[in-house]
Design a protein around this ligand. Structure first.
Ligand code: 0O2
Length: 267
């Protein structure tokens, strides 16, 4: 096939990859903007090289006229997460979107490959707008943890180096490394709960502080200025200690004080 024809075929896939990388990166932004933990750590994308497409079509006996239908990873997105739980969260996020229609799901985490490969694969239909109109393309989204990605990247390079002839001792090493990665992901899942607790605690504390500040601001309108300054100093003292329970107690006491002042001002 002529190079120009390949360009015409691959161009819309490049657009799909660019758009999807922006969209998934924006999800990270949305989480960060509300100080929440993002299930997506990193997003990358690539269009399969011509030689890799030809190699796959030869291996799978796919006629060149059918490559777009039968090779579903011409456009590939890779989403890297910190924890296994995040992968399922990302799958849910994708399921709920209207701009990606899931065609196929392959859960190589539950059902890992003989090689030891683990990852969650989604093949989705995604529309791009071109000069010739709307094109519905297939895109493969691979979702995996940092640890799974580390293993897969190394294994992929070794596969490339040795083709079908990977020495047995290297294959064995890779299998035991895959086992170690599995254990690492499980260990990290335990830490994830701790991180979630810390994040929740952070959000709760931020909300208490916001309530206190609103109350103090309102007190300036109805209470004696010297009294409010004393309350404010006490707040700064407790805030510096950083104890959430103390802050909670202070906030409740302040609610009562505010109610009393409000009642007085209504008399
Ligand atoms: P690339 O672009 O070089 O990574 P199927 O349609 O299921 O019959 P297919 O299309 O090969 O067969 O799908 P599969 O098996 O889900 O693999 C798709 C991609 O997953 C591969 O792309 C790899 O990126 C990744 N993958 C699958 N198995 C392995 C594995 O054992 N080790 C590693 N490192 N990656 C794997 P390609 O086609 O290899 O191309």
């Amino acid at each position: 096939m002529e190079i120009q024809l390949w360009r015409e075929i691959l161009d819309p896939y490049a657009l799909a990859v660019d758009e999807l990388v922006v969209k998934f990166s924006h999800i990270i932004e949305e989480y960060r903007n509300v100080s929440a933990y993002s299930p997506i750590e990193l997003v990358t994308g690539r269009v399969k090289t011509i030689s890799s497409i030809l190699e796959k079509s030869q291996k799978k006996n796919i006629p060149l006229d059918n490559i777009e239908e039968e090779i579903d990873d011409i456009a590939g997105i890779r989403i890297i997460c910190q924890f296994v739980e995040d992968i399922y969260k990302v799958v849910d996020i994708i399921r709920q979107r209207s701009d990606m229609i899931i065609k196929r799901e392959q859960n190589y985490i539950e059902d890992r490959k003989k090689s030891g490969y683990r990852s969650y694969h989604l093949t989705v239909y995604y529309d791009v707008e071109t000069l010739k109109g709307t094109r519905r393309l297939q895109v493969e989204i691979q979702i995996r943890t940092l640890a799974m990605n580390f293993w897969a990247t190394i294994e992929h390079s070794l596969q490339y180096k040795y083709k079908q002839n990977m020495p047995e001792h290297i294959r064995e090493r890779l299998t035991s490394a895959a086992e170690a990665i599995l254990i690492l992901d499980r260990e990290m899942s335990v830490v994830r709960d701790e991180i979630m607790d810390a994040q929740n605690s952070f959000t709760i504390k931020a909300n208490i502080v916001a309530d206190i500040l609103t109350n103090i601001q309102n007190l300036y309108k109805v209470a004696n200025k010297q009294d409010v300054i004393k309350i404010q100093d006490e707040f700064f003292r407790i805030y510096q200690i950083g104890d959430r329970e103390e802050l909670e107690k202070f906030s409740k006491d302040l609610d009562l004080i505010s109610q009393r002042y409000r009642a007085q001002s209504l008399r």
